[in-house]
Design a protein around this ligand. Structure first.
Ligand SMILES: *Cc1c(COP(=O)(O)O)cnc(C)c1O
Length: 368
């Protein structure tokens, strides 16, 4: 038996006629950049979240960067994000000219620890980028409280957490802006790079649209209000996303169901720590992350049994070569540092059968 870490092929098989038709329609219409298919997806994604506006971008990294830039971050500013995340969460900060500052993660939920954020706020801090890591909402009440006290902007990194909720409210709707990725492997994935920004601030949305499209005046071609960048959602990706968006709720429930199966089957196995969900939050399980001290040997053992795994992430951001200029030591981020050698992501996607989950769980049981 084989259980790959990710299986995008079977999702495509299930939707093939509709997706192929949607792609063909874009080509026949030559609606490659912006245009109806993009506008249609933007409206639907906004409506699903109750955003006043959703602006498509070329990818999720640009979504973070453009939002941060539009909120005014630049040289001399500091922006705080989570020590355990994908590099996009901090890269976007450096790209604006601001300095990334890392906060450690909560030992139970692995999301950004508001206490650690509070410790790192200075007079230069301009914004916070909480990451809804693995699909679990960060503690947005605490984050927004800090932001209100210190007059900071908040951009939520929602790349892994489509439709996740904190205290009953969708992620992306808590901050000034929510940045989404539709990278193919994400819970809502395009067939190439894609991303976007949701906001309830119409003025901010306009700034975002202008900056992401060469600083162009939306109402007047060849009039450039400022310099910007080229980061637009393309029509083919938008059309694919519109087809898939209809499945997102069902897929999300499918992920949660598979996580429950894992939870039951892995309870009390070896020294494994299964994911913990913060009371009042929902977790959409972009990643089902366990912890074990025997990670290296377990990965090898599962590989021989045909099971794919991954690590998100093997080096916490402060310890990447990219940030050697800050010379951080393990003690600066004790939780992130300890967990980087223990975390392990198991296969999870809505197309997995109960048998697949059972097979992975018994392989882990056998190992221990
Ligand atoms: C995937 C991801 C991004 C970046 O998205 P891209 O579309 O790949 O640019 C940002 N933050 C997190 C946490 C991610 O997982």
């Amino acid at each position: 038996m084989r259980v790959p870490y990710l299986d995008l092929r079977s999702q495509y098989e299930a939707l093939k006629p509709e997706i192929d038709g949607a792609i063909r329609a874009v080509i026949e219409d030559s609606a490659f950049i912006r245009g109806n298919f993009v506008a249609d997806f933007e409206l639907k994604f906004a409506a699903m979240h109750g955003f006043k506006e959703f602006v498509g971008t070329g990818n999720g990294t640009d979504a973070l960067f453009v939002a941060l830039k539009a909120l005014g971050a630049g040289p001399g500013d500091e922006v705080i994000t989570a020590a355990n995340s994908w590099i996009a969460s901090s890269e976007c900060i450096t790209l604006t000219g601001a300095t990334p500052v890392f906060a450690d993660i909560d030992p139970d939920t692995y999301t950004i620890d508001p206490t650690s954020v509070a410790d790192r706020i200075t007079s230069r801090t301009r914004a916070l980028i909480p990451v809804h890591l693995y699909g679990q909402a960060a503690d947005m009440e605490a984050i927004n409280q800090l932001a209100a006290q210190r007059d900071l902007r908040v951009i939520e990194d929602c790349a892994q957490a489509h439709l996740a909720k904190f205290a009953g409210r969708l992620v992306g709707t808590w901050g000034d802006a929510g940045a989404f990725s539709f990278y193919p492997g994400k819970n809502l994935g395009a067939y190439g790079d894609a991303g976007g920004i949701g906001t309830n601030n119409a003025e901010l949305a306009t700034k975002i649209r202008v900056f992401a499209d060469h600083g162009s005046d939306p109402g007047c071609k060849h009039r450039h209000l400022t310099e910007g960048i080229n980061s637009r959602l393309d029509g083919i990706q938008a059309a694919v996303l519109s087809v898939k968006l209809k499945q997102l709720q069902k897929w999300t429930e499918g992920r949660v169901e598979r996580a429950c199966w894992y939870d039951e089957l892995l309870q009390g196995v070896g020294d494994i720590v299964i994911p913990r969900v913060r009371p009042g939050s929902t977790h959409v399980y972009h990643i089902y992350c366990i912890r074990t001290r025997f990670r290296g040997r377990l990965i090898e053992d599962l590989r021989t049994k045909g099971i794919g795994t991954a690590v998100h992430y093997p080096t916490a951001l402060p310890f990447l070569d990219a940030y050697s200029r800050f010379a951080y030591r393990p003690g600066d981020y004790p939780v992130s540092h300890r967990y980087q050698s223990e975390i392990l992501s198991l296969p999870i996607y809505p197309e997995m059968s109960e048998g697949d989950v059972g097979y992975v769980a018994s392989a882990i049981r056998e190992f221990f």
